[in-house]
Design a protein around this ligand. Structure first.
Ligand code: PLP
Length: 395
């Protein structure tokens, strides 16, 4: 009999929540185009507007300021359009933190010479002291800083960034794709101007997301032109079933968040204890393992772990053969593993950067999954680190 798998790659994507599946199944039978004014069209629009209201309420925005997109990537690309205005001035320069997702690092519509990178500290948190001179005495900028990093889980000081950016007359975009559904936040309290979210990280379908605007944000300019859908900001007949699934996932995730995350954090801490005990303990005399960003506020579900000498790609394959899905930093569409730009930006050298493996947990993760991962690491670590496996067996 095939043993069940242990899935510990929830930051890459999550399984569909039951509520999202049911909402989508029902939506497939709604035949109307949401732009049509007849009853069929109005029914489709109703599903979409329901999801829009749910998402808006979850992040503290107005429904009219939610623009549905094909996911977090498109939401980021739309946010970084060249059409944003602040105080009647078009923002024509962009500052992005060095640990952003590739879709933000790409710089959207800004030319490379209008794009600057905000450094991060070794902790994985953006360097506010570096941001000040980047803003001072210069034309206002659009600044993009994520709420939580997908690799380390490090939570960024977004409210402080917002203050600095606004003082300098700019706008703040926040990629909350990883934070949404895991920590409680609100765009008003954090003073966020543009917010990206994605359905598939919270139990919704892949291929659906949204850009949410604060009140009074002018722009962004539509990337996809055509019909007037999404108030002219994203043309094309909407993905009604996907959006309905997204709305249901938001509702379920928000309702369950506090309980789920408290339980998940205990499991994550247990995992980290197990990883530490196996590798980097005083007894085996080996080089210490590192849990990146462990001294700063982190998402409760994420562990990025590295040990000098470990090759992350090999570790991921060996874990996979043990029935456990983990990842080496972030998922990459080509399937090729790139050295983590996040750890590089944090100032780690190539050996540790190459060694980092990410365990990310979710609402279906069990005690047994965590014990299995720890056991697998005990079994594999010796060979993976090219050391005497028996030394590690004692733990
Ligand atoms: N931003 C962050 C921080 C992410 O982790 C991801 C997905 O990995 C994205 C954006 C992209 O979202 P999507 O997969 O919906 O395009």
């Amino acid at each position: 009999m095939m043993q069940e798998r242990t899935y510990l790659d929830w930051n890459a994507t999550t399984p569909l929540r039951r509520e999202a599946r049911e909402a989508m199944a029902a939506a497939w039978d709604v035949i109307g185009n949401p732009s049509s004014i007849h009853a069929e069209g109005r029914r489709a629009r109703g599903l979409m507007e329901n999801a829009r209201a749910t998402l808006a309420a979850a992040v503290g925005a107005q429904p009219r300021n939610v623009i549905f997109t094909s996911g977090g990537t498109e939401a980021n690309a739309l946010a970084l359009s060249s059409g944003l205005q602040s105080n009647k001035q078009i923002l024509d320069r962009l500052i992005v933190s060095a640990i952003e997702h590739a879709s933000v690092l790409a710089g959207g519509q800004f030319a490379p010479d209008r794009l600057a990178r905000l450094p991060v500290q070794r902790s994985g948190v953006v360097d506010l002291d570096a941001l000040r001179p980047m803003l001072a005495g210069r034309p206002p900028a659009l600044v993009s800083v994520m709420l939580a990093n997908n690799e380390t889980g490090a939570i960024q000081p977004v409210a402080e960034v917002a203050d600095l950016v606004h003082e300098a007359g700019g706008l703040l975009h926040v990629d909350a794709v990883q934070a949404f559904g895991k920590i409680d936040f609100n765009i008003k309290a954090l003073n966020i101007d543009l917010l990206s979210v994605s359905a598939h990280k919270i139990g919704g379908p892949k291929g659906t997301g949204a850009l949410v605007l604060a009140e009074n944000v002018i722009g962004p300019r539509a990337l996809i032109q055509g019909g007037g859908q999404e108030r002219g900001r994203r043309a094309g007949t909407e993905n009604v079933a996907g959006i309905a699934g997204f709305g249901a996932a938001v509702k379920a995730a928000v309702a369950a968040r506090a309980g789920e995350m408290a339980r998940i954090e205990i499991l994550r801490n247990r995992l980290e204890q197990g990883l530490r005990q196996t590798q980097g303990s005083d007894q085996d005399g080996s080089q210490a393992g590192v849990i990146f960003s462990q001294d700063v506020a982190r998402l409760p579900n994420t562990t990025l772990f590295g040990v000098p000498g470990l090759k992350a790609e090999t570790a991921v394959v060996r874990f996979d053969l043990e029935g456990i899905a983990v990842s080496s930093g972030s998922a990459c569409s080509s399937g090729k593993v790139q050295p983590s730009h996040v750890l590089q930006a944090m100032g780690y050298g190539p050996e540790l950067v190459r060694s980092a493996i990410r365990f990310s947990l979710g609402w279906e993760t069990t005690d047994a999954d965590i014990e299995r991962a720890i056991k697998a690491w005990r079994k594999l670590s010796g060979a993976l680190l090219r050391k005497d496996e028996t030394v590690l067996e004692q733990f």
